[in-house]
Design a protein around this ligand. Structure first.
Ligand code: FES
Length: 178
């Protein structure tokens, strides 16, 4: 008789989707939650950090926060939808989050922002009329060691200069406008 040789594998993450290990943003978010000792009262603060890091709060992210803070997902979704500040959808096809926290500011974050605002013709918090690029500013995304830090389409990038930020965003415009 033939036996099924497949070895059962243990689920990697206790049921909920594990955050991608290579995504630095999750690490930074983890540090924030740890700093608050995973206290459910820190939910708004944690959502702020998440929004600054990711540009918006998607389902997986909200679920991850709910699990980490031991809150029912419904409460987390409730808070995220109640406050206008939080966005549940990406705004533009590309998102650029510029950290304006002190460490980044003293290393030229304002120049990066000014350069990108000039190029895109929009201000921080806005999306280009063709819905291609959203510019967002954050306070401190927890990557001060590599200041100035910018999150380009989900990738935390350190030691950014106005020039390389501009060439990257120009690349988006080229590929994005159809
Ligand atoms: S001030 Fe920008 S990462 Fe901390």
């Amino acid at each position: 008789m033939l036996m099924n040789a497949a070895t059962p594998t243990a689920p990697a993450s206790g049921g909920s989707a594990a955050p991608p290990a290579a995504d630095k943003r999750y690490k930074i978010l983890e540090t924030t939650m740890k700093r608050h000792q995973y206290n459910p009262d820190a939910l708004i603060e944690v959502l702020h950090t998440a929004q600054e890091l990711f540009g918006y709060l998607d389902n997986d992210l909200l679920r991850h926060i709910a699990t980490s803070l031991k809150l029912p997902p419904s409460s987390v979704f409730g808070v995220a939808t109640f406050y206008q500040y939080f966005s549940l959808k990406p705004k533009g096809a590309h998102t650029c989050v510029i950290c304006m926290g002190t460490a980044c500011y003293v290393k030229g974050a304002d120049r990066i922002l000014a350069t990108l605002e000039k190029h895109t013709g929009i201000r921080a918090g806005e999306t280009t009329p063709d819905n291609q690029i959203s510019l967002i500013t954050a306070r401190c995304i927890g990557a001060c060691g590599i200041a100035p830090a910018v999150v380009f389409d989900g990738t935390v990038t350190g030691k950014v200069t106005a020039e390389n930020a501009l060439s990257l965003v120009k690349g988006w415009s080229k590929h994005g406008s159809r």
